[in-house]
Ligand binder design. Structure first.
Ligand code: GDP
Length: 441
């Protein structure tokens, strides 16, 4: 199975991390050295590995660790996020022409799986309600035309052939044919070569210029590792590819191509070939692939659930306080700490049933202000935090001095707190009549 060795190695690294209760910076760095080795052994591009490790380390070392989650799980989650990012973050879809026949040009080296993939893509699109026409424009490999005809017959799709004529003319004629025969997509199977050569590239450029494709998809064999990445770079430089299809991901590829090709070329992976059968083509989902490589889809969803649980509890407490109208400066501080741990104020408010963060748009704090606010609140006495109205002028000065801020800062904070409290009370009253909403996560 693809990625097997990589998955096993990463699992071993994470198992070691999980065995420790608390993680030190040295633990994280050691783990990252092991991840780095595992990626290099999987034939991932060196520069990609270096950048990846740097990003993960920065995040993992700087990360405040949330309650109830072990730090190791946090590290795993970061690795998962960054792997996803590496492969393109979001699913990348095909471009279709809104007004005319969509032209998809398939390019690639011989043996990469181009002809098979042209058929797979035709089948995939016809299942989606499109009416594809396959075009045999590989006139050099003797069996190529016949091969496409056989594929077309198997999946019940028409195949346009003109024998061994100029591929540019074939492609043009195919477009006209498609318009006349109500085909809305043409998939052009262009010629491959064993190696990249200028003649091949020029022919592909000529076809591109003649038919102005909506998609130029490079089919690459993932088993060829870094070679696949180099091939992709070369094709992309000449043709400005719109996407990649990685084939043979069902084999025992080490994973290097899948993990480096997007980062190196900037070109998104749009589909992956998962077998020899014509149904074995799947849209590429970076997130799922990352989880698969980490071999821990289940663990990740567990982490998500655990994260959600903390937020729910805090949100519930907060809601209770607002309802009872005893939201104090202590809660305000607690809330700010949560904000700093978990992201934005919006996110937290989002978890309060029935509250919409848009309603609180006026209340925004940046990171620096948060530090000041925290210092100010920490300089108050317990009584003052519970009942800020007792804070008089001289106490305000003392608090400002104690927290290294100014009296204006203290005044502003007290105003903001009163405002927030008032707004929350209003919101709570507003929501009272309504049926209680569910937690959003
Ligand atoms: P072309 O020369 O690029 O047109 O390549 P072909 O379409 O003839 O495919 C070359 C070989 O790769 C054939 O034996 C295909 O069955 C095989 N192949 C293509 N895609 C895949 C795939 O995703 N998985 C596996 N296992 N084999 C594939």
């Amino acid at each position: 199975m693809a990625f097997e060795a990589l998955t096993q190695k990463l699992e071993a690294v994470f198992k070691k991390l999980r065995g420790k209760g608390k993680l030190t910076e040295a633990d994280v760095k050691q783990a990252m050295r092991e991840v780095k080795l595992a990626l290099l052994e999987a034939d991932v591009n060196y520069k990609v590995v270096k950048d990846f490790i740097q990003r993960v380390t920065e995040r993992a070392v700087g990360q405040e660790v949330m309650e109830s989650l072990t730090p190791a799980q946090q590290v795993i989650k970061i690795v998962n996020d960054e792997l996803t990012r590496l492969m393109g973050s979001k699913e990348s879809r095909l471009n279709f022409s809104p007004s005319k026949v969509t032209v998809i040009m398939m390019v690639g080296l011989q043996g990469s799986g181009k002809t098979t993939t042209a058929g797979k893509l035709g089948l995939y699109l016809s299942k989606k309600g499109r009416r594809p026409l396959l075009v045999a424009a590989d006139i050099y490999r003797p069996a190529a035309i016949k091969q496409l005809q056989v594929v077309g017959e198997k999946i019940g799709l028409p195949v346009f052939t003109m024998g061994e004529q100029n591929p540019v003319n074939i492609s043009r004629a195919a477009l006209e044919y498609a318009s006349r025969h109500n085909n809305d997509v043409v998939i052009i199977d262009t010629a491959g070569r064993l190696h990249i050569d200028d003649e091949l590239m020029q022919e592909l450029i000529n076809i591109k210029d003649a038919v102005n494709p909506d998609e130029i998809l490079l089919v690459v064999d993932s088993m060829t590792g870094q070679d696949a990445v180099n091939v992709a770079e070369a094709f992309h430089n000449k043709l400005q590819l719109t996407g990649l299809i990685l084939t043979k991901l069902d084999g025992d590829t080490r994973g290097g191509a899948a993990l480096s090709i997007k980062a190196v070329t900037g070109c998104p992976i749009k589909f992956v070939g998962m077998g020899e059968k014509l149904t074995d083509l799947e849209p590429f989902y970076p997130e799922r692939m990352a989880s698969r490589i980490l071999g821990m889809g289940d663990v990740l969803s567990l982490i998500e659930k655990a994260t959600a649980a903390i937020d729910h509890n805090k949100a519930r407490e907060l809601e209770e306080k607002i309802r009872k109208e005893d939201f104090t400066l202590n809660d305000f501080l607690e809330q700010l700490k949560q904000v700093r741990k978990m992201g934005s104020l919006d996110q937290i408010l989002n978890m309060i049933p029935g509250f919409s963060p848009q309603k609180l748009q006026g209340v925004e704090f940046n990171e620096k202000e948060l530090v000041h606010i925290e210092a100010i609140i920490n300089s108050m006495t317990k009584e003052e935090r519970l009942n800020p109205s007792i804070i008089n002028g001289s106490r305000r000065r003392r608090i400002a001095m104690g927290s290294g801020t100014s009296v204006q800062d203290v005044n502003r904070l007290l105003r903001q707190f009163e405002q927030t409290k008032k707004m929350m009370k209003q919101l709570s009253e507003l929501e009272k009549g309504k049926k209680k909403g569910r937690f959003k996560l």
